[in-house]
Design a protein around this ligand. Structure first.
Ligand code: SER
Length: 876
């Protein structure tokens, strides 16, 4: 069976059992501050499990793109070294939301593995939860009993919380689980030692393939468990491992999911893959790292996460760099290379994850640019290593860590280069620094979310957003509130049942305004989203959370934001008309005072293109096109209607479609808009620039903001204009002026040079010889200190054996300069610094410098003549 068939069989099996097949959620998580990347199939259903929402079908199945490289589940360092861990992997899953429970989940898992996939029953083991004292939980005998129907008792093994209690993160839905493990060793090995002994022992051939979680609790941040209102099933099966088992391979990499890519790398590098897992089989490890990492990198970029220096972007960048390090060090590749795997990858995922296929050029380009810049950094690192100062022939741990962290040098590479130079590396010091950094990044990966205080029966209630139609609410109530403390700030958060406040999302900033709790009026500083909860961030918590709640959005701020949001849609459509339909939104900010729009495009926009976009948008504004809003439109219908959909956005069953002229702009959007485009007033682009490979950014303003912008520009222009008597043909006039200025500057430069030359010749003539020293002390007229210095240096060079003292008035301040040739210093024991200090007394000043050259400034220009006169005394 090919991997494609295996995936399809899984989905079809559960479809037949009444499950609805849904698409994978994006791998990048945008709406949950506790989680950067999707790390399990259940993430997108978290709210169903917590009871915040009810799905339209309680049985669901899918294959989910997952990434486990940050936070609670982190496998990065294992990847490539072993045969069964990955950065990005597909998790096949089936879910019951308060529907079937343990019995069916277990029976179906068994049926699918043994009847459909025909796995050898003798090779399968199951594990169940053995209970936990601290949490006050008993062993899961119920699950064990259901298993007894299918497997002999001695194949049912008990494990504790570490292996058989699944949690999404530090907080959130969780419960006991039962896992299915498979023994893929040879008959001979199996005779020697029963697979039973190797379950959960990290043996690469006795591995977990499927995890069935029975979600029953919500873990609170104080560590306690709270019962959920309903019980759920959450299963996850690693697709790549399943392929290994079904295809009878001994490594995930030996399946058709990875082999074609390994073959490509072999061909490209001229190196042979030997499928070795020995720790020193660096070439093989490198090939596995490459074919694994490019998947994670491509998928995250396709879902809208660009590599960057912080947060999720940094995670993507680190994965990409890990791959580059491996090919650079172990496959002798010094040129960008990963990006060439992108088209192949896009083809192989075309049917399941089309978002990559549709953006394959863009993704490849981003990867290539990242590779290029990191390869340059690597070279910098090599130079840094060459410059390291070593004590006792050891490169200290801090430097090794700097090389690792800043230049991306794996410790192997540092060690290798050190050895070549007869040095050692302080590995303990390195490990210590690394551990410290790991601790730091763990605490950065998950934001601590304080506990909610719930008012009444908050579990059952859902939040209703009414802010598309009104900016006020009356007679609603608090559902929950909490205080969230981070290192930087304290936030007071309140969720109410019905709200007109728009929570920041889709680039649009959150609303501000006021909430009243009874008589108490409290300012809303911001509105944020966490999954589907709308969270009002308040100046303080209400005294009485039970009081009836009234609210008012700051209407003026909201209207300005709406102008910018609708203008963003109009501009998006115009960009596609002017630049082409490859223009895809890659990010946006819709604020009160401006809009920012990032989009995929390869070249800088010309002035003509910018003008064309502005013209179209302003035309559409003047047409005063009324908004057409379709709420709760089935997503399929929206697609048919030609609505623009964004990659990496998670769309529900039904969507909201915003149209300004069916022929012109139609987007799926949850944001707030003007009722007709005329409200926007006027649109003006203020900047256009590249921000990263293949991504450009436009900033623009609308309405009063655009007016203010134009007025300011005009004011500046008028100031320029008023400098001319006759201001017609202003641009030509300015250009002529600049040209003339350039010409004059050139002339001045050449005149000054000539003058300086004449002055120098003149001064040479004034030179006298005293006791074998070429001596000159005089007051000269020059433009600036630099010219004076040049003059002194040149004279000294040309005549040699000299002692020269200049006095000059520069910008009406007296200055002295002394220069003495080396031979004179030695012979006569003179020191320019000491001399200038002495002479400076005459001009009421001070100074100093080297034996060869020194300067002084003063207050009394009248003293210049006597100062230079005094100089003679030093050689006479
Ligand atoms: N949530 C569980 C896991 O990720 C089962 O899907 O393993």
């Amino acid at each position: 069976m090919t991997s494609k068939e295996i995936r399809q069989q899984f989905l079809d099996f559960f479809k037949e059992k009444g499950h609805k097949i849904v698409p994978s959620a994006p791998i990048v998580n945008k709406n949950d501050p506790t989680l950067m990347f999707t790390n399990a199939g259940m993430n997108q259903f978290k709210d169903f499990f917590l009871g915040n929402k009810v799905p339209d079908n309680r049985r669901i199945t899918d294959t989910q793109k997952c990434l486990r490289v940050s936070g609670k589940h982190n496998d990065l360092e294992e990847v490539g070294v072993d045969s069964y861990h990955h950065t990005m992997f597909e998790m096949l899953g089936n879910w019951s939301v308060g529907d079937y429970f343990k019995e069916e989940a277990i029976a179906w898992a068994w049926e699918l593995l043994t009847d459909v996939f025909k796995l050898d029953k003798d090779r399968l083991y199951v594990t169940v939860f053995s209970g936990d004292k601290q949490d006050g939980l008993e062993a899961d005998e119920e699950a064990a009993d259901f298993w007894k129907k299918w497997v002999p008792e001695d194949r049912i093994l008990y494990f504790d919380r570490k292996d058989n209690f699944w949690e999404m993160g530090d907080v959130g839905p969780c419960g006991p689980c039962t896992e299915i493990h498979i023994d893929l060793r040879s008959e001979e090995e199996r005779r020697k030692l029963s697979g039973k002994e190797l379950v959960n022992q990290d043996d690469p051939l006795v591995v977990e393939i499927w995890n069935l979680v029975f979600i029953q609790f919500d873990r609170k941040s104080d560590g306690s468990l709270e019962n959920l209102p309903e019980k759920h099933v959450d299963t996850g099966m690693g697709f790549e491992r399943l392929c290994m088992a079904v295809q009878g391979k001994k490594s995930n990499y030996a399946t058709d999911v990875f082999m074609p890519f390994i073959n490509f790398v072999e061909k490209e590098t001229g190196k042979k893959y030997t499928a070795s897992y020995a720790p020193d089989a660096k070439k093989d490890i490198a090939m596995r790292v490459i074919v694994d990492h490019i998947r994670a990198v491509s998928m995250t970029i396709a879902d809208g996460q660009m590599p960057g220096n912080t947060g999720a972007g940094y995670v993507v960048r680190r994965i990409l760099r890990r791959a580059v390090r491996y090919y650079f060090s172990f496959l002798d590749k010094k040129e960008p290379f990963l990006y060439r795997l992108v088209p192949m990858l896009a083809d192989s995922f075309k049917d399941v994850f089309p978002e990559l296929y549709q953006q394959k050029d863009f993704v490849a380009n981003v990867v290539k640019e990242e590779e290029k810049s990191f390869l340059r950094t690597l070279e910098g690192g090599l130079r840094r290593l060459a410059s390291v100062e070593t004590t006792d022939e050891v490169i200290d741990g801090k430097t090794a860590f700097e090389l690792f962290d800043t230049f991306g040098f794996p410790i192997d590479l540092t060690r290798l280069i050190a050895e070549e130079n007869g040095l050692k590396v302080d590995e303990d010091g390195f490990k210590k620094a690394l551990q410290e950094q790991k601790d730091r990044s763990r605490s950065a990966a998950t934001k601590k979310v304080g506990d909610w205080y719930e008012v009444g029966d908050a579990h059952k209630q859902t939040v209703e957003f009414i802010g598309y139609d009104t900016l006020e609410v009356k007679g609603t109530k608090v559902l929950k509130y909490r205080t969230v403390k981070t290192k930087k700030k304290v936030e007071y958060q309140v969720v109410i049942e019905k709200t007109p406040f728009y929570a920041e999302s889709g680039g649009q900033v959150g609303d501000k305004g006021f909430l009243w709790f009874g008589e108490e009026k409290i300012r809303v500083l911001d509105t944020q989203k966490e999954n589907d909860l709308i969270i009002h961030i308040l100046e303080k918590l209400p005294d009485n959370p039970q009081a009836p709640v009234r609210g008012e959005v700051d209407a003026q701020k909201r209207r300005l934001t709406e102008n910018n949001h609708s203008a963003t849609h109009l501009m998006h459509a115009a960009l596609r008309q002017v630049l082409g339909s490859h223009v895809q939104q890659k990010g946006s900010l819709v604020a009160l005072d401006r809009l920012r729009f990032d989009y995929a495009h390869y070249a800088k926009m010309t002035d003509e293109e910018i003008a064309a976009v502005e013209k179209i948008v302003n035309q559409k504004i003047r047409e005063n096109i009324p908004i057409e809003e379709a709420r709760d439109l089935p997503v399929e219908e929206a697609k048919k209607a030609g609505a623009m959909m964004l990659f990496g956005e998670k769309y529900g069953e039904t969507v909201r479609m915003i149209t300004f002229d069916a022929e012109y702009s139609r987007e799926l959007c949850g944001g707030c808009h003007v009722s007709a485009t005329g409200n926007i007033g006027f649109f003006k682009i203020v900047s256009e620039a590249g921000i990263s490979a293949g991504v450009r950014r436009i900033e623009a303003v609308t309405a009063a903001g655009a007016e203010a912008y134009i007025n300011k520009e005009l004011e500046e222009l008028n100031m320029v204009r008023s400098q001319f008597k006759n201001s017609s043909d202003l641009p030509q006039k300015v250009a002529a002026l600049i040209g003339e200025n350039k010409k004059l500057r050139k002339e001045i430069d050449s005149l000054t040079a000539k003058q300086a030359g004449a002055l120098k010749e003149d001064l040479k003539k004034q030179m006298t010889t005293i006791n074998g020293v070429n001596f000159l002390a005089t007051v000269v007229t020059v433009g600036d200190a630099k010219a004076l210095k040049n003059l002194a240096y040149q004279l000294e060079k040309e005549v040699g054996n000299a002692f020269i003292v200049f006095g000059a008035e520069i910008q009406s301040k007296p200055q002295l300069m002394v220069i003495i040739s080396k031979g004179v210093i030695e012979e006569k024991g003179l020191h320019a610094g000491n001399i200038v200090r002495e002479l400076a007394k005459e001009i009421k000043g001070g100074g100093g410098g080297q034996p060869f050259f020194a300067t002084a400034g003063g207050k009394d220009a009248d003293g210049l003549a006597s100062a230079v006169e005094k100089a003679k005394g030093f050689v006479g």
